[in-house]
Design a protein around this ligand. Structure first.
Ligand SMILES: Nc1nc2c(ncn2[C@@H]2O[C@H](COP(=O)(O)OP(=O)(O)O)[C@@H](O)[C@H]2O)c(=O)[nH]1
Ligand SMILES: [Mg+2]
Length: 261
């Protein structure tokens, strides 16, 4: 089940004046700053913000829009032509897997505390995944969240969602699951109706996000999905902290669990 949007963090915080200093850290000349695997936003010493790190796997068949979604969330220009993700382009990748780092500031509602979320999006080409059996396990290893993609222009990809979810996850997995419908800008050609989406949400208890179009809309365009990811991950951590006493992120989880639980 997804957390009700806006119950733990301030929704649309990017619109509030008090967020300007924080979002300024991920912008450069009004565009998004690009972060490599080892880079992080510059913080002045008097700005007391913690960074929490999460690994997010982007799942979906070839051509559904995985690489485009990663680029979109990072605020980068979208790749115009489709090419199968080979991972050959940057040092931070190994064959078949691309990683994209996205920083996103969030204000917790109760305490007013600001956190920087560092999402590492893992995007594996499907044919690479088929060829190399180690791909799926390494994408899934210590994964905190999975984005399940379908395309609004491909009904098959929507109908395959339940297969995809049960193939990749076990009901007992402690993983945040969100569903993203891509190519919503091509709604004139849509193969998936509003009632299909509503019904899916009811049956699975998962939120469906719609993306599409160019990234010129800025922060507002990616905020709903990034905020939902942050909110669900934070909630998952707080639940974990209240049931498990020792965990890698225990120091952070313990101090914060009382805030919202
Ligand atoms: N119109 C539109 N095209 C998209 C969108 N997302 C992806 N595409 C196009 O769909 C093709 C496949 O996208 P890509 O991200 O490479 O898919 P991947 O194989 O899952 O990584 C590319 O030509 C993209 O430009 C979208 O939201 N809207
Ligand atoms: Mg790709």
């Amino acid at each position: 089940m997804s957390v009700l949007s806006g119950s733990i963090i301030v929704s649309d915080w990017h619109r509030f004046p008090d967020s300007k200093d924080f979002f300024g850290r991920i912008l450069h000349k009004k565009r998004r700053r690009k972060f490599g695997l080892l880079e992080a936003p510059m913080m002045p010493p008097n700005m007391n913000v913690d960074t929490v790190r999460y690994k997010v796997f982007i799942s979906g068949k070839t051509g559904v829009g995985k690489s485009s979604l990663a680029a979109r969330l990072a605020g980068l220009d979208l790749p115009k032509v489709h090419y199968e993700t080979t991972g050959a382009v940057t040092l931070s990748t190994f064959k078949g897997i691309d990683t994209t780092v996205v920083f996103w500031p969030v204000r917790l509602k109760e305490s007013g505390r600001v956190l920087f979320f560092r999402f590492e999006f893992w995007d594996c080409g499907e044919s690479a995944m088929r060829r190399f059996d180690h791909m799926l396990p390494s994408c899934k290893e210590q994964v905190d969240a999975i984005l399940f993609l379908f395309s609004f222009t491909d009904r098959g990809s929507f109908e395959d969602l339940s297969n995809q979810i049960s193939r990749i996850t076990e009901p007992s997995d402690r993983v945040v699951k969100l569903v993203v419908g891509t190519k919503f800008d091509l709604f004139m050609h849509t193969d998936v109706t509003e009632s299909d989406v509503t019904q899916f949400q009811e049956v699975w208890g998962l939120s469906v996000f719609r993306v599409g179009g160019d990234v010129s809309a800025g922060l507002g365009e990616v905020a709903p999905l990034l905020n939902a990811l942050a909110e669900n991950l934070w909630y998952q951590d707080c639940i974990a902290a209240s049931s498990v006493s020792i965990s890698p992120k225990a120091d952070l989880r313990e101090t914060d669990s009382e805030i919202i639980v």
